[in-house]
Write a protein that binds this ligand. Structure first.
Ligand code: GCU
Length: 839
C-alpha cells in the first residue's frame, strides 16, 4: 500500500518508469543546471562512413540519439568530411585512416580497437584505430556527457587484450544452461529465432563496454547448429551484431563429424574428420566472412574430445585452428578438463590439480591461433578461489581468463552480488613467475565472460546484476580499473546522478560479495551450494563423498582440503615457488583461503582475529545475514530521500526492493543451514549461544494442525528443527494454529517461514484472532529467475515478514494454506520477533 502510493507519487512527478532494457545506455535527461555546462557543445556530427551497417555509421547515430536524450536537442548528422573542416563546432568520428586521408592527426600508439578522444571546447574528435575503435570512442564520450562531465580531455585508449568475448550458454531449444533471465534471445525450437531485435540491442550494450566477440551457444554444444538452416540463422545473428563490431563465434561439439556428418569416427587426426571440419568451416565463412572462431569444451563433464582417441588436447585444438586459420579465425580451447569420477577416499586426489596436469606439458604445442581459456579458479566459479595456477604454466601459449557474469554459484541473480571485487582478487594476484612481478592480468591475451542474458527486459533477471556485465567489459578493456569507480559510473548511467542513489548503491553493492561469502562458504571452503542439484541454496554435505571433487573433507573434528605438497594433494606446489611456499604453510596462507589449502581442526585459530575456525564460521554467517538485512533498510531509505521524486523511478525501486527483501530472507536460510550443519557435525557450541536457538520461533509441526501433516526436510539444516508441514495427500487446505501465550503484549514483527517450490502456486493467509494479517502466494518462480527446486530444501526455503504487528498475550495466530499442484502449501515456522531482533 505504502509502496504503491509512493510509486504513484514518483510517477506523477515525472520520473519515467523503466524496465531496464536500455541498461546503462538510457541517456536520461540531465538536470537544467548540468545542461548549462553544455552551452559550448558541438552543433554537428560528422561520421566518416555512410554504410549503414558500419560501426562508424552506428557511432554517428548513437551520438545523435545519446545527445538528444541527455541534452534534449538533435544535432545534425553528416558523412561529409568537409563539414568538419568548415566548422569549429563538430564531433568528428571515424577511423584514423579515413580522417588522415584528408587531415593528418598526430595519433600514435593505438592498438587494434583503440581510440583517441579529444574534447576541446565544442570541437570533439573521436578517431578509432579501426571502425570498432571509433564506436568505442563515441561510447566513451557519451558516457562522460551522460554523467554530466563536460571537461576537455585528451585520451588515448587501447584495450589490454585483443580478445574480449562473451560466452552465452544458450541451447537451440531456447533454454539457457544456468540461465536466470528468461529464455534465449538467439534460439528456440532447435533454430535461430526470426526476430533478432534483442540480439542487436545486446550487441549495442556489448559494444559500449568494448566487447568484440560473442559465442552464441552453449559450451555443451549441439552438433545440429552446423546444419545448413542453422548456419543461415547464425549468419542472421552475425548481421544483427556486426554494425556494433561484435563478431560471432560458436561452441563446437567435438563428435559432430560422427553425430551430424555420419562418419565412423571423430578422431582429430583422421583425414576424413579433418576435411569434414575444413568444409564446415568454409561453409560458415561463406555465410559469415568475419566469423570469429570456435570455442571448444572437450573431454570435460562427459563431452567428447581428442582424448577419446588417445590424441592430445593440443591435437584437438589444432584441428580447429587449422580449419579457421586461412579465414583469420581463432580457437578458444577450454582448460576446464577434469575427471568427475574422482575417488573421495583418496586423500591425494584433487580436481584442482586437473588443469595443470592436463595442460602443462602441452605448452608450445598449440598453433598460433589457439587461445587456452582458463576459468579464474581451479574449481568452478566459487565465491572465493585462488587463481588457477595454469596461468603460470603456459609461457609459450596464449591464454584467456574465463569469468562468470552468470551468478551460477553466487545467488543466481536473485541475490545481489557485485562480482568485480572478486575478479580483481584474481586479476591482480601476483604469481611471482621467476620471482618477478607477474600479475595474472599481465599474462592474458583475452577475456571470456559467461553471460546468461535472456528475453527478460532486465536482461539478467535483475537490474543490479547488470553491474557485473558492465564491469566485466570495462575490466577486460583495462584490468587496472577500480571496481568501486566502475560501479559508480554504472550507477550514474543506469539510475541517476543523485548522490543519495550513488551512495546507497555503492554501500550495498560493495558490501555484497563479502556478505555473500560470509553467509555461504567462508575461509576458502567454496560456496557450499547444493552441487548435485541446482547450485543455489545451501547443502554443505553435497560437496563431499562424490566424484565431483569439490570436497571440504569436513568431519566431526576437522575441516578443509589438505592441498599441501608435504601431506596433501600437492596442489599448492603447482604455483611458482614463492607463492607455493606461502600456501604450503597454514601460518602464511591468508585466512580467507585457509580451508582451501589446509585440513585443520575446528579449534584451529585464525591469524587475523585469533578466533577458532568454527567460531569464525558461526560469526561470519550471522554477520553476513545481518548485512543482507541492512541492504533492505538502506535501500528503503532511498524512498524517504526521494520526496522530490527525482532520484529513481518507482518501477525499478520496487523491483530491487522486492529482490533485496527476498535475499535478506534467504540469507537467513543460509545462515541457519550452514551454522547449524557445522554445529551439528562438530558439536562445538557457539560462544554467543545463537546457533540452534530460536527462542521466538514456533515450529509449524508443534502448532495445532488440521489438514496439515509433518514432513522431514532434507538437508535437515535447511528447515527449522529439520521438519516442516505440508497439506496432507488428498486434502487441499490446511490450518496451523498457535496460541501466543508465551509473548508479552506489545508490537512485534511476525515472520512466516515457508517453502516455495516449482510446480504450483499455493495460497496462504495468516490471521490473528481471525483478523487477516497477510495473504500471499507461493509464486516466487514467476518473480525471480533462479533455478527452482521441486523439493523442500535450501533452494525453496524462504519467508515473509509483517512488520510492526500489535500482539496481545494469548492471541491466536493461524496460518491457512491452500495447496496447488505439487506445492502442498509447505510451512516451516512462525516467529514473533521483538522489534530489532532478526531470526
Ligand atoms: C559448470 C556448470 C556447467 C557448465 C560447466 C562448464 O560445471 O555447472 O553447467 O557446463 O561448468 O563450464 O563447462
Amino acid at each position: 500500500m505504502f509502496l504503491s502510493t509512493w510509486g504513484l507519487l514518483v510517477l506523477s512527478l515525472g520520473v519515467v518508469a523503466e524496465n531496464g532494457l536500455n541498461g546503462w545506455l538510457r541517456y536520461a535527461p540531465l538536470s537544467d543546471e548540468l545542461r548549462q555546462h553544455a552551452s559550448s557543445l558541438p552543433s554537428v556530427i560528422v561520421a566518416l562512413n555512410e554504410t549503414e551497417t558500419s560501426p562508424v555509421y552506428m557511432a554517428g547515430k548513437e551520438l545523435q540519439a545519446g545527445l538528444k536524450g541527455v541534452l534534449g536537442h538533435t544535432l545534425g548528422l553528416t558523412h561529409d568530411f568537409s563539414a568538419s573542416t568548415n566548422s569549429t563546432s563538430v564531433i568528428l568520428v571515424g577511423t584514423l585512416a579515413a580522417s588522415n586521408a584528408a587531415v593528418k592527426h598526430n595519433v600514435s600508439s593505438l592498438s587494434a580497437d583503440g581510440f583517441w578522444l579529444n574534447v576541446n571546447g565544442s570541437q570533439v574528435t573521436i578517431l578509432g584505430q579501426n571502425e570498432r575503435g571509433a564506436l568505442y570512442g563515441a561510447f566513451e564520450y557519451l558516457s562522460r556527457i551522460a554523467q554530466g562531465d563536460f571537461a576537455d580531455v585528451d585520451v588515448m585508449s587501447s584495450p589490454s587484450a585483443p580478445i574480449r568475448w562473451v560466452n552465452e550458454w544458450d541451447n537451440l531449444d531456447g533454454t539457457i544452461e544456468r540461465g536466470y533471465g528468461g529464455p534465449s534471445i538467439f534460439f528456440g525450437n532447435g533454430a535461430v529465432v526470426q526476430d533478432l531485435t534483442r540480439a542487436a540491442q545486446y550487441a549495442r550494450l556489448l559494444a559500449s563496454i568494448g566487447i568484440n566477440g560473442i559465442v552464441v551457444n552453449n559450451v555443451n554444444a549441439n552438433a545440429t547448429l552446423l546444419n545448413p538452416d542453422n548456419m543461415d540463422g547464425l549468419a542472421r545473428i552475425a548481421d544483427a551484431m556486426r554494425p556494433y563490431g561484435v563478431q560471432v563465434g560458436i561452441s563446437l561439439n567435438f563428435a559432430s563429424p560422427q553425430t551430424l556428418g555420419g562418419l565412423a569416427t571423430f578422431d582429430s587426426l583422421e583425414p576424413s574428420v579433418i576435411s569434414w571440419w575444413t568444409d564446415k568451416t568454409a561453409q560458415l565463412y561463406r555465410r559469415i566472412p568475419d566469423f570469429a572462431g570456435y570455442l571448444v569444451k572437450a573431454n570435460s563433464e562427459g563431452q567428447p574430445g581428442p582424448l577419446t582417441y588417445n590424441r592430445t588436447l593440443a591435437d584437438g585444438a589444432n584441428l580447429f585452428a587449422r580449419a579457421v586459420l586461412p579465414h583469420g579465425g581463432i580457437v578458444m580451447f577450454r582448460a576446464f578438463v577434469y575427471n568427475n569420477h574422482l575417488d573421495p577416499a583418496d586423500w591425494k586426489a584433487d580436481r584442482a590439480n586437473a588443469a595443470v596436469d592436463f595442460f602443462r606439458h602441452l605448452d608450445g604445442s598449440f598453433l598460433e591461433n589457439v587461445i587456452v581459456q582458463i576459468k579464474y579458479g581451479p574449481i568452478d566459479f566459487q565465491v572465493r578461489e585462488p587463481p588457477s595456477p595454469l596461468f603460470a604454466h603456459l609461457p609459450h601459449t596464449k591464454t584467456a581468463i574465463e569469468l562468470q557474469i552468470s551468478q551460477e554459484y553466487l545467488g543466481q541473480q536473485s541475490h545481489l552480488v557485485y562480482i568485480a571485487p572478486l575478479w580483481k582478487t584474481i586479476l591482480d594476484f601476483d604469481l611471482r613467475l621467476d620471482s618477478k612481478p607477474s600479475l595474472v592480468h599481465s599474462l592474458l591475451s583475452g577475456y571470456a565472460g559467461v553471460v546468461n542474458v535472456g528475453t527478460d527486459p532486465r536482461w539478467l533477471g535483475s537490474h543490479m546484476a547488470m553491474a557485473n556485465l558492465y564491469a566485466f567489459g570495462q575490466l577486460a578493456w583495462d584490468p587496472a580499473r577500480d571496481s568501486q569507480l566502475l560501479l559508480q559510473a554504472w550507477t550514474r548511467l543506469t539510475f541517476s546522478l543523485d548522490p543519495t542513489v550513488l551512495n546507497t548503491i555503492t554501500s550495498i553493492a560493495m558490501a555484497s560479495w563479502p556478505a555473500y561469502e560470509n553467509y555461504t562458504g567462508n575461509l576458502g571452503l567454496q560456496t557450499l551450494t547444493d552441487i548435485l542439484y541446482t547450485h543455489y541454496g545451501p547443502n554443505p554435505a553435497s560437496q563431499d563423498n562424490n566424484g565431483w571433487g569439490q570436497w571440504t573433507r569436513a568431519d566431526s573434528t576437522s575441516i578443509g582440503m589438505d592441498r599441501t605438497v608435504s601431506n596433501g594433494t600437492g596442489f599448492a606446489g603447482q604455483y611458482p615457488p614463492e607463492v607455493a611456499a606461502q600456501f604450503e604453510a597454514s601460518s602464511t596462507t591468508p585466512d580467507d583461503l585457509l580451508l582451501w589449502f589446509h585440513h585443520v581442526p575446528y579449534t584451529h585459530k585464525l591469524h587475523g582475529t585469533g578466533k577458532t575456525v568454527i567460531q569464525h564460521i558461526y560469526d561470519a554467517h550471522y554477520a553476513g545475514a545481518q548485512t543482507a538485512q541492512d541492504f533492505v533498510s538502506t535501500w528503503s531509505a532511498l524512498r524517504d530521500s526521494n520526496a522530490s521524486g527525482t532520484n529513481i523511478d518507482a518501477e525499478r525501486f520496487d523491483d530491487i526492493l522486492f529482490q533485496l527483501t527476498y535475499q535478506a530472507g534467504h540469507a537467513l536460510v543460509w545462515r541457519d543451514a550452514i551454522a547449524g550443519f557445522y554445529h551439528n557435525l562438530s558439536k562445538i557450541p557457539d560462544e554467543h549461544g545463537r546457533v540452534g536457538h530460536h527462542p521466538h520461533r514456533i515450529e509449524a509441526e508443534t502448532m495445532s494442525l488440521t489438514g496439515y501433516v509433518p514432513i522431514s526436510v532434507s538437508p535437515a539444516s535447511t528447515a527449522s528443527n529439520s521438519t516442516a508441514i505440508i497439506v496432507a495427500d488428498g486434502a487441499i487446505r490446511g490450518e496451523a494454529v498457535a496460541v501466543l501465550d508465551g509473548v508479552e503484549s506489545g508490537v512485534y514483527d511476525i515472520v512466516i517461514g515457508y517453502f516455495d517450490v516449482a510446480g504450483g502456486r499455493a495460497h496462504y493467509g495468516a490471521f490473528i484472532n481471525d483478523e487477516p494479517l497477510l495473504e500471499w502466494i507461493g509464486d516466487l518462480e514467476d518473480r525471480l529467475g533462479h533455478a527452482f527446486s521441486t523439493k523442500l530444501d535450501g533452494h525453496s526455503a524462504t519467508r515473509v515478514t509483517v512488520k510492526g504487528v500489535e500482539v496481545k498475550k494469548g492471541d491466536v495466530l493461524k496460518v491457512i494454506g491452500i495447496a496447488d499442484g505439487g506445492e502442498r502449501a509447505p510451512l516451516d515456522y512462525v516467529a514473533v520477533l521483538p522489534l530489532g531482533v532478526v531470526d
